[in-house]
Each structure stands twice: as C-alpha cells, then as structure tokens.
Design a protein around this ligand. Sequence first.
Ligand SMILES: *Cc1c(COP(=O)(O)O)cnc(C)c1O
Length: 453
Amino acid sequence: METLKYLLPEDRIPEAWYNIVPDLPRAPAPVLHPGTRQPVTPDDLLPLFPMGLIAQEASAEPWIEIPGEVREVYRQWRPSPLYRARRWEKALDTPAHIYYKYEGVSPAGSHKPNTAVPQAWYNKQEGTKRLATETGAGQWGSSLAMACAFFGLECKVFMVRVSYDQKPYRRALMEAYGAAVSPSPSTETESGRGILAAHPESTGSLGIAISEAVEVAAKDPETRYSLGSVLNHVLLHQTVVGLEALEQMEMAGEYPDVIVGCTGGGSNFSGLSFPFIGRKLQGKGNPRVVAVEPAACPSLTKGRFAYDFGDTAHLTPLVKMYTLGSTFVPPGFHAGGLRYHGMAPLVSHLLDLGLIEAIAVQQLDSFAAGVEFARAEGILPAPEANHAVAGVLREALRAKEEGVGRTILFNLCGHGHFDMQAYIDYNAGKLKNYEYPAEEIALALAGLPAGVT
Ligand SMILES: *Cc1c(COP(=O)(O)O)cnc(C)c1O
C-alpha cells in the first residue's frame, strides 16, 4: 500500500529550535531605536518583552534549547503529521511528488501556538501579568489567548476591524479562552483615537492594531507585548515545523526540490524552510524556496527593502525589511493573516541574499486552488494557506509541462474552519481580485523614515 502519512513518535519533538542567523553569509541589518537611530539595546526592549525572548531575538547561537514545560505542551499536537498528497497529485496528473506538513492539528488550528506557548511561558517566568497583542484573522489572537490560559496570564487582543466583523467565531474562541477583545482601531488608545479621528470608517490594519497593543504594554509595567510573526524569536520558535519535516522527509525517502510557504509576516514560511536553508548553506541539498504572498499586499514582490516602522503610529523600533510603507492599509481581502505592510527582517534579508524567491497570487486563484485541494485531500485550508496551495499548484503544473519528476514540500499552516464566511462568499461568486494598490503604496512609501539605509 502507498504511504500517505509520516508520523514521528512523541519523543521526536525537537529538543532545540534552530537559529539560522549564525549560518548566514552576511549578518542582517541591526534593529534601530526610533529616537536615536542607534542599534537597540536589550534595555530598550524590556518594557515590551521579557529578557528570555530579547536574548533569542539577538542570539548568535545556532541551537536554543526548548524549555521542558514548552515541550510538554507541544506534545499535545506535535510532532505534526507530514502527508503525501497522492490524490491531489493524481487529480493534477503531475509527475511531481507533493508533501505537506499539516499545522492545522494544533488546538487553535494553525502553526501559531508553536510560538504563542513559549512566548507566554517566558513571560510567566519573568512576572508578566498580562499580554497585549494584535490579531488579523484571529489565528494569532486565539493562539495567544489559549497559551495565556495555560500559564495563568491575562490576554488583551486588538483585532483588525474588518476581521472582527468578518470572523465573529474567532472572536468567540478568544473570549472562550478568557481574552478581552476589542476591534481596532479602538477608542481605548491614543493611536486608535488618532486613526478614528482621521478615518472614522477605517477597517483597520495589522500596523494599526500593533500600535494599540504596543501602547497598552508601554503604559503598564505589568503588561508586556507579544507579536505573532515577523520577529526573529517568532521565526525561531516555528523551526520545530521544519526540523520535524526534515526527519519525516527522510522517512519518506525523498528530499524536497522545492519548498513553498505563504507569507504574511513570514513565520510559517520560515519555520518550514529555515532548517532546510541552513542545511543548504552547509552544502547539503539545494532546494528552491518560494514565498507566496497576496497580490493585494505584495511586500516581497513590490515593496522596498528599507528601514521602516513595524506599526502605523511609529511606536516600534525601525527594522530593515521589504515594506509597502507603515501607513499602507491593505484592501479587505479574506486572508487576514497576510495583510501586513512589511515582511520579517530575516525573510527580507534572505530574499536580498538570493536564498529565496517570492511570487504574488490573486485572491480568486488562491481560493480556486484551495477548493481543488480540499476536494482531493479533504482538508479545507485557511485562506492564508490557500496562497501556498496556489504556489504549489504552479510548481506541480510546471513539472507536468516539463515532464520532470520533482519533490515539492509545503506548509499547510492552518485549516479554514473558522473562515467559512470567506468560502460562502467565494462559492457565491462574491469574492474578487484586488488591483495592486499602486497609488496608496507609493504614498505610503513616500513616508518611509528618511536618513536611514
Ligand atoms: C497568521 C497566519 C499566517 C501568516 O503569518 P506568517 O507569520 O506569515 O505565517 C498564515 N497562515 C495562517 C494559517 C495564519 O494563521
């Protein structure tokens, strides 16, 4: 019988996260203080993050031990399964072998708990009482709310307005886990009130919601801030995905020629690909690595590689990344987790080094691919993950055209069970493609901080 599923025993959960930074041929640009424009110090970050995470953010160690209590929680759903998509391969009539690492098996339904759990744990160790955060589609908010519940922390979530209205079930899940949820922009912060004064109808953005959560954390000594993507320590925590996949591909007796992931802030993509890129840098294997982003928010394919703020109100440090400008508010397409103006500095740096590629796909193409995938494999992907599926589809069809066998591995980073309104709209023919918002992006890029390169 053909094998569909590659499972690792519980004791094969990785014991350490993999930090790609020391293996890179050139170090990434430093993070700068927004006032002095000098590299930030750990002390600058302490009001927002616990020292355990700040140390990881700047670490030069290739391996960072996963705390025992974190591994205990991981055990509930890790190691996650690796599947071979045999029925989808057949439906596509492609010679390619397609594998997917399925992160929808976590209780919150995505890869996000891989970092929510350690973030809550490190905060608990250092006496934090409450975490404030932002969420787009609600995947991150629900993951952090769950992790806070596990470790007895309070959780405050600013949820991007358009998702708050489109995805009421995610909000209900966060509240069930005990979190307090407000639509962003809200009237609870100066940043939110400022946006509402200028744009009373604002549908919000991750950049605005980040400003609100950072502001709350900065003003309260017992509250710290938590981010679900973008930062080095978040990408680090996600490497459990790729480390497991390395072993599982070995079980399958294959090695990927192409690795694909969708990119919002870059964490699920990095989690799967960094361990493979690390091996490539050490001369082992040579996969192409493809990031897939939405055409309506194309930071990697249309953005500028420059220092920018991580948020709209300019409260965060300056990071060098591919950005569309911190004031850019993307159109309200359904992949809420991909509506961020920037890309993780590490992913940006890897693109700049030529170690990865990036493509953009339209909303309708991503849903069409996701629905075909569901009909073949049974799992309905999250709208974000549909972008990865569309990227894989392209690669599989290219393999067919060229008549070559090729092994493709992708991150199926979450299921879409909380995103059914998006599928209702898609099935009713109500979803549309969005033009690349060139004018708004030009305007937002014109506002990039001057004098830093
Ligand atoms: C949050 C989210 C994303 C986007 O975030 P990344 O950091 O780019 O991974 C993608 N897919 C799912 C399912 C998400 O929840």
